[in-house]
Write a protein that binds this ligand. Structure first.
Ligand SMILES: *Cc1c(COP(=O)(O)O)cnc(C)c1O
Length: 366
């Protein structure tokens, strides 16, 4: 017997999350100079942190010996004003990943199920399985969520539906009207978790005020993050907007100090730094066009994306990925998302995108 045998079967059956390869790991493994490596693997903001967030972190660092505000009062006040919700409808998370886990913790257990789409975010099946619930994966349509099929997949034991809009790793997007009709069609005793991690990258006319739907749908949860367009991935901060009754349940299973003080201070500053967010959006739009044009030149099909990344069909993606790594370029293979012929590439700076396209052309010639 192994000591690990005493864990539940469903824990042992989990395939761990595979993160983007850290720069230092690639440098070690391939004997490369870290300074020469570019990482376009984790949908991080290529601008680096914003100046307002940096200043806020420096100020907050002086208080590092104190526990953070476990209620996140100031950040919740800022978010409540921004999204026109009450503070008790907001739960802060150590990354929005934390919000997803808290939802699974509070609502899932063995004997229940959660519905999700094929080629959707890896954390959904992980969080579902971690609490012994059954994941129901619904085949995608053109790589996007098939909402009618997802609605039909809901069973009597279903407690939760995971819905990413835009979706990662495909970048597909559903218009607000379709999402709202879906939420309205779901039984009121099933949560709809609407993960909007990439919302800020949508064109303004595509960005819906989904928080305004909360009043009509007490089973809706909206998840957002500071990791992407706000450029704070390392700090780990995200939040959920939801009915106060749901928030009260998440607060029962949440660590008392789950969001650190630097993250709270930086997030307040980042929310106000509309200039940084606009620069991120512009850079992303330009970089997306640059990569699309590059893929067209290489005659590579790609999935049109609404995020800060794009998935491109390269054929033997494992081989191409290795050839890229040897050239010091880190992207994300997505075979574990059921897309073995694709690589997902984060939109970088102009120079990073150009370097990636050159390395990709070389990798395809090999
Ligand atoms: C990146 C991402 C998140 C955000 O993760 P954090 O924990 O907030 O860093 C959430 N959902 C999706 C679909 C993502 O791609």
């Amino acid at each position: 017997m192994k000591i690990s045998d005493i864990t539940p079967d469903y824990i042992r059956a989990i395939s761990p999350y595979v993160p983007g390869k850290p720069v230092a790991d690639l440098a070690r493994e391939f004997g490369l100079d870290e300074a020469q490596i570019i990482k376009l693997a984790s949908n991080e903001n290529p601008l680096g942190p914003g100046p307002k967030a940096m200043a806020a972190i420096t100020r907050a660092a002086g208080e590092m010996t104190r526990y953070p505000d476990g209620s996140g009062h100031d950040l919740k006040a800022a978010l409540a004003a921004r999204y026109r919700v009450a503070a008790d409808q907001i739960v802060l998370g150590n990354g929005s990943n934390d919000i997803l886990e808290l939802l699974a913790h509070a609502f899932l257990r063995p004997g229940t199920s959660a519905v999700m789409a094929q080629h959707s975010f890896a954390v959904y099946p992980l969080a579902t399985q971690a609490f012994g619930a059954t994941g129901i994966e619904v085949p995608a349509r053109d790589f996007g969520h098939d909402l009618a099929a997802m609605r039909a997949a809901i069973r009597a034991d279903t407690r939760l539906v995971w819905l990413a809009n835009p979706n990662n790793p495909t970048g597909t997007w559903l218009p607000a009207a379709d999402v709202k009709a879906f939420v309205a069609s779901v039984p009121p005793n099933v949560l709809v978790v609407l993960d909007e991690a990439y919302n800020e990258y949508l064109a303004p006319e595509q960005q819906a005020d989904t928080a305004s739907w909360l009043g009509g749908y007490p089973n809706l949860v909206i998840s957002r993050t500071f990791s992407k367009a706000y450029g704070l991935a390392a700090l780990r901060i995200g939040f959920g907007l939801m009915h106060a009754d749901i928030a009260a349940m998440l607060n029962r299973v949440r660590q008392p100090f789950n969001v650190n003080a630097l993250a709270q201070a930086a997030a307040i500053a980042a929310l106000e730094d509309t200039d940084y967010v606009s620069r991120s959006q512009v850079l992303n739009r330009q970089g997306m066009a640059q990569l699309e044009a590059g893929f067209a030149r290489l005659a590579l099909p790609f999935i049109p994306s609404h995020g800060n990344f794009i998935s491109v069909k390269v054929g033997d993606a494992a081989r191409v990925n290795l050839a890229l790594m040897k050239q010091g370029v880190i992207v994300r293979p997505v075979a574990n998302y059921g897309m073995p012929e694709y690589l997902r590439v984060t939109i970088g700076t102009d120079a990073e995108n150009a370097r990636f396209l050159e390395a990709l052309a070389a990798a395809l010639r090999e």
